[in-house]
Ligand binder design. Sequence first.
Ligand code: NI
Length: 249
Amino acid sequence: MIDTHCHILSEYYDNIDEEIEKIKEAGVKAIIVNGTNMKNCQEVLRLVSKYDIVYGAIGFHPTELEDVNLDCLDFIEKNISNDKIVAIGEIGLDYHYDNTDKEKQQLFFRRQLEIASKYHKPVIIHSRDAIGDTYNILKEYSVSGTLHCYSGSLEMAREFIKLGYKLGIGGIITYKNAKTIKEVVRDIDLSYILLETDSPYLTPEPFRGKPNMPSYIPLICNEIASLKGLSNEEVARVTMENANRLFDF
Ligand code: NI
C-alpha cells in the first residue's frame, strides 16, 4: 500500500525516525509527504533524500500564502526535477475562512498548475468549499493528479475523473456519518481511487481523536474493500497500481 498524501513533518511528529519504522512495519511501501509552505517544502527535500520509502510533493497551500510571492515559485521549478519529488502539492483553493483572498489563491493555483504542465508532473489538490472554482480552473490545464481527501458529490467525482483526476480517499471513509463519500466509493471504479491518510489529520476509526499516521492506511483500504465487496488484497493491489501509474515512482 502507498499513502499518497501525508504530512510526516517535524512540526507534527517528535521522532520521524520512529514514525518511518512504524510505517515500514505496517507494510506500507511508500508515502508521499506533502509540503504546504517554503519551510516545510525544504524539509520534504531533506526527508526524501534521507528515507527510501519517502517521496515528496512540493507546493504552496492556499491557506498558507501570506508570506508567499511569485519569486517563491522558482523554488518549485528548481526542485521539481528531483527524482523523488513526484508531484506539485499540496495546492488548490480553500474558501472556508471569511478573510480568504480568492484572487491570490487562484493566481498561485494557476501558476503552480502551469509549472506542473511545463514539467509534466501530477498535482495533489486541496479543495475546501471551492469545488466549482477548483473544477473550472483544473479544466483549463492538461494536467493529471488527485483530489486529495475528496469530499464532493458523486456527480462532481465523475466530472473530475473525466478530466483525468483520481480521488484520494482517507480516514473519513471510516466515519459512520460519511454517507456521501461512502456512496462515491461504492459507485466509482477502483481504478480511480488512491489511498491516503492526510496524517496527522483525519484519523480513521477506531483511532479517531488521536494523531493520524501512515501505518493506519490498511484501515482505509479495508473499509473501501468492504464497501465495494472486494478483498483487502485486491484494493491494496489496484490502488497501488493506480498510484504507481500517476506518480511514476
Ligand atoms: Ni494535507
